[in-house]
Design a binder for this molecule. Structure first.
Ligand SMILES: CC(C)(COP(=O)(O)OP(=O)(O)OC[C@H]1O[C@@H](n2cnc3c(N)ncnc32)[C@H](O)[C@@H]1OP(=O)(O)O)[C@@H](O)C(=O)NCCC(=O)NCCS
Length: 163
């Protein structure tokens, strides 16, 4: 998109993270019938966790702006690979935690550019394995990640019982 600027968020962007948190919650409410995952999933943006994230050397939030106005953001974090049986080829993974683009700017390549920057950031840190968890019905993110060569790996089944 013409004029789009991508930059790394800093501690001065706490308000932007709050905005993303609210917008993501609004977006997800009603979409996932089994349980709203958001409260936990996006606690990375809340209060002290948001500060921690913005100051961590292992995490990054990339922001997209047009004329200085927030348009979208994507979060990535270097995480250890769980390896109970000692088979894992890699000890660390680049995990993409959440992404959001303002509705008016969707389908114009903003998220693509943001993810590309997060992947570059991982590459500079020599991370080879990338991971993302996507809700089964979120076709937008599935399509987005497939463009980068991501493929389905674990299929996570759930059931709510004994209510
Ligand atoms: C998911 C989201 C971040 C995508 O942002 P975006 O800027 O519109 O995505 P892009 O324009 O960069 O799209 C890149 C690719 O993703 C896929 N894609 C994006 N939106 C799509 C949609 N609505 N349906 C199907 N595929 C889609 C396409 O493959 C697209 O490539 P193409 O345009 O060449 O077909 C945006 O829709 C969003 O903020 N959704 C609500 C929040 C959300 O679900 N976040 C993820 C979970 S935390």
């Amino acid at each position: 998109m013409k004029g789009l600027k991508i930059r790394k968020a800093t501690i001065k962007d706490l308000d932007v993270l709050n905005h993303i948190q609210t917008a993501l919650l609004d977006d997800e409410r009603g979409k996932y019938t089994m349980a709203l995952p958001s409260e936990k999933k996006i606690d990375t943006m809340r209060g002290s966790r948001a500060k921690e994230l913005l100051q961590s050397k292992d995490a990054v939030v990339m922001l997209a702006e047009l004329d200085g106005q927030f348009v979208g953001g994507v979060y990535g974090e270097i995480q250890p690979v769980e390896d109970d049986v000692g088979w894992a080829k890699y000890t660390k993974k680049g995990y993409i935690g959440w992404g959001f683009v303002e509705p008016a700017y969707r389908k114009q390549g903003v998220a693509y550019e943001l993810v590309q920057e997060v992947l570059r950031w991982f590459k500079l840190r020599n991370i080879k394995l990338m991971a993302v968890s996507i809700m089964h019905n979120n076709k937008a993110v599935q399509g987005l990640m497939k463009k980068f060569g991501f493929k389905e790996y674990i299929v996570d089944f759930r059931a709510v019982m004994n209510p």
